[in-house]
Design a protein around this ligand. Structure first.
Ligand code: C2E
Ligand code: CA
Ligand code: CA
Length: 464
C-alpha cells in the first residue's frame, strides 16, 4: 500500500512538473517572439504601460525607438525567406548588443529598470530606453545602433549591408499612453525613411499630418484592391506622319469613394513600397486584356495597348507566365500587348532580369523602355536587353522649342534608336513646334496632350 501511495505521489509530482513546464511553454509562446527570442508585441505593450505609469509617478523621461529594416522586403523576395529569417535573428542580436554597449558607455543605470528590446512583427523592432537624463540621449544610442548594425554581414554566402530607419518618441512629451507613443515613434520612423534611410528622426507634431495621410493611404489602398476601385484610361499614340492612332497606353486611376479620382502619381509610390502594386499590376494587365477583347467583339480596329510595369512586379518571378496566361484566357494576340518598364528595373540588373525580359519577349509581347533619358540612359542597356521601343521622356520634349540642348538630345535619341532598329515614341507633346521638330527628325509615334489626353475606354473606341 505504501508503494501505491509513493507511486501515486510520484505521478502527481510528475504531473505538476509537466504542468509547470507547459505553463512556461505557453508563457514563452504568448510573450516571446518565436524567431528571435525577443519579447513580442503583447509583452512589450504591457511592459511599456507599466513603465510609463511608473515614470509618471517619478517624473522620469522615457524614449521609445521604432526600428525598421531598410529594404527588408527586397532581401526576402530575392534571397528567400530563410535568409530573411537569419537576417532578422542576426539583427535582433546586433540590436541587443548595440543598445547594451551604448548604455554601458553613455548612461548610468545603477540598478534601475532595464531597457527592453522587442520584435513587433515583420521587420519592426522597438526599443524602450528607460532611464533618460537628457532628450539627446536616445540620439546617441540611435547613432551607435546605426553604426553597429549597418556593418556588412555574411548570411548563407551573401554579403549583406542592411540599413535601419529609427523613429524616436519621448515620454511624456509625445504620447500619453502606450499606443500613442508607439504610433508616434512609427510616424517618426517613416520620416527617417523618407529622408533617405539609415538614419533616425525624433517625432514632432508637424509630422503627424503628412504621415497619417500616408498610413491611411496604404490601408485605403489595400481596401481598394479588394473592392476594385481602379479604372484604366487610355492615351492614344499617333503615327507621326499619318496621325492615325497606332497604339494606346493604359494609365491607371483610383476612383476613391470619397475623394474622387486620384491620379497614379499620388498612390503608385505607396503601392510599390507596400507591395500592393503586385495585385494592382495584375488587375491592370487583366483589365487591359479584357478591354481589347471587348473592342474586338465590337468589331473595332485593334491597336497595341501598353501597360506599365513596376519593379516589384518584375521581381515577381512569374510575370511572363502571368502575361501568357492572361493573353491565353482572353484569347488576345500577343501583338496587341506591350509592357513599359523604366531603367530602374534594369539598373544593376543581373542575368535574372535579362532572362525575365527574354521570357516576356518569348510570349510575343513587345518591351518599351519608358522615360528614356531621365535615368542612366546607358547605351549598354539598349545593347544588352531585348528592347523594341524607346520612349523619349517628357522633360526633353517639353523644352524642344526653347532649349537647343534638349532639342539636340531628343534628335540624338531618335537617331540612336533608328540605328538600333528601335521604334521611337515621344511623350508629353503639347505644342505644334514640338510635334513638327520630332516628326522632322524621324520620330515614329507621338503621345501627348497636343493630340490626345488619356481617355475613358468609351471615348477611345471612337478612334478605333
Ligand atoms: P508614364 O508612364 O510616364 O505615363 C505618362 C504620363 O504622362 C501620364 O500621366 C500621362 O497622362 C502624362 N502625359 C501624357 N501626355 C502628356 C502631355 O502632353 N503633357 C503632360 N503634362 N502630361 C502628359 P499619368 O496618367 O498621371 O501617370 C503618371 C505615371 O503613373 C505614369 O507615368 C506611370 O509611371 C504611372 N502609372 C500609370 N498607370 C500605371 C500602372 O498601371 N502601373 C504602374 N506601375 N504605373 C502606372
Ligand atoms: Ca509609361
Ligand atoms: Ca513615360
Amino acid at each position: 500500500q505504501n508503494d501505491e501511495i509513493a507511486e501515486l505521489s510520484r505521478s502527481f509530482s510528475e504531473m505538476r512538473e509537466n504542468l509547470l513546464a507547459s505553463q512556461e511553454q505557453i508563457r514563452q509562446l504568448a510573450y516571446y517572439d518565436f524567431l528571435t527570442g525577443l519579447p513580442n508585441r503583447v509583452m512589450f505593450q504591457d511592459f511599456l504601460s507599466r513603465t510609463m505609469a511608473r515614470a509618471k509617478r517619478h517624473n522620469e523621461m522615457l524614449a521609445l525607438m521604432f526600428v525598421d529594416l531598410d529594404d527588408f522586403k527586397r532581401i526576402n523576395d530575392t534571397l528567400g525567406h530563410k535568409v530573411g529569417d537569419e537576417l532578422l535573428k542576426n539583427t535582433a542580436q546586433r540590436l541587443t548588443i548595440a543598445t547594451r554597449s551604448a548604455d554601458y558607455v553613455f548612461r548610468d543605470f545603477s540598478g534601475r529598470e532595464p531597457d527592453m528590446i522587442a520584435r513587433l512583427g515583420g521587420d519592426e523592432f522597438t526599443i524602450l530606453l528607460t532611464y533618460i537624463k537628457d532628450s539627446s540621449d536616445p540620439a546617441t544610442t540611435a547613432r551607435r545602433i546605426l553604426e553597429d548594425v549597418s556593418r556588412p554581414i555574411i548570411l548563407s554566402g551573401h554579403e549583406l549591408c542592411i540599413g535601419l530607419s529609427i523613429g524616436i518618441a519621448l515620454f511624456p512629451d509625445d504620447g500619453e499612453n502606450a499606443d500613442e507613443l508607439i504610433k508616434n515613434a512609427d510616424i517618426a520612423m517613416y520620416h527617417a525613411k523618407e529622408l533617405g534611410k539609415n538614419n533616425y528622426q525624433y517625432f514632432s507634431p508637424s509630422m503627424n499630418a503628412a504621415s497619417l495621410e500616408r498610413l491611411t493611404l496604404e490601408s485605403e489602398l489595400r481596401r481598394a484592391v479588394d473592392k476594385q476601385e481602379f479604372i484604366l484610361h487610355y492615351q492614344p499614340q499617333v503615327d507621326a506622319v499619318s496621325l492615325a492612332v497606332v497604339g494606346l497606353e493604359a494609365l491607371i486611376r483610383w476612383r476613391h469613394p470619397l475623394r474622387g479620382v486620384i491620379p497614379p502619381d499620388a498612390f503608385i509610390p505607396v503601392a510599390e513600397e507596400s507591395g500592393l502594386i503586385v495585385p494592382i499590376g495584375e488587375w491592370v494587365l487583366r483589365q487591359a486584356a479584357r478591354q481589347l477583347k471587348t473592342w474586338q467583339q465590337q468589331g473595332r480596329r485593334l491597336v497595341p495597348v501598353s501597360i506599365n510595369l513596376s519593379s516589384p512586379q518584375f521581381r515577381h518571378v512569374k510575370i511572363d507566365k502571368l502575361i501568357a496566361g492572361v493573353l491565353e484566357e482572353e484569347k488576345i494576340d500577343p501583338h496587341y500587348l506591350k509592357v513599359e518598364l523604366t531603367e530602374s528595373i534594369l539598373l544593376g540588373a543581373g542575368n535574372e532580369v535579362v532572362r525575365m525580359l527574354r521570357a516576356i519577349k518569348k510570349t510575343g509581347v513587345q518591351i518599351c523602355l519608358d522615360d528614356f533619358g531621365t535615368g542612366f540612359s546607358s547605351l549598354n542597356y539598349l545593347k544588352r536587353f531585348p528592347i523594341d521601343v524607346l520612349k523619349i521622356d517628357r522633360s526633353f520634349v517639353m523644352n524642344i522649342a526653347n532649349d537647343t540642348k534638349d532639342a539636340e538630345i531628343s534628335a540624338a535619341i531618335i537617331a540612336l534608336g533608328k540605328c538600333l532598329n528601335l521604334s521611337i515614341v515621344a511623350e508629353g507633346v503639347e505644342e505644334k513646334e514640338q510635334y513638327d521638330f520630332l516628326r522632322d527628325k524621324g520620330c515614329d509615334a507621338i503621345q501627348g496632350f497636343y493630340f490626345h489626353r488619356p481617355l475613358p475606354p468609351e471615348q477611345v473606341a471612337e478612334f478605333l
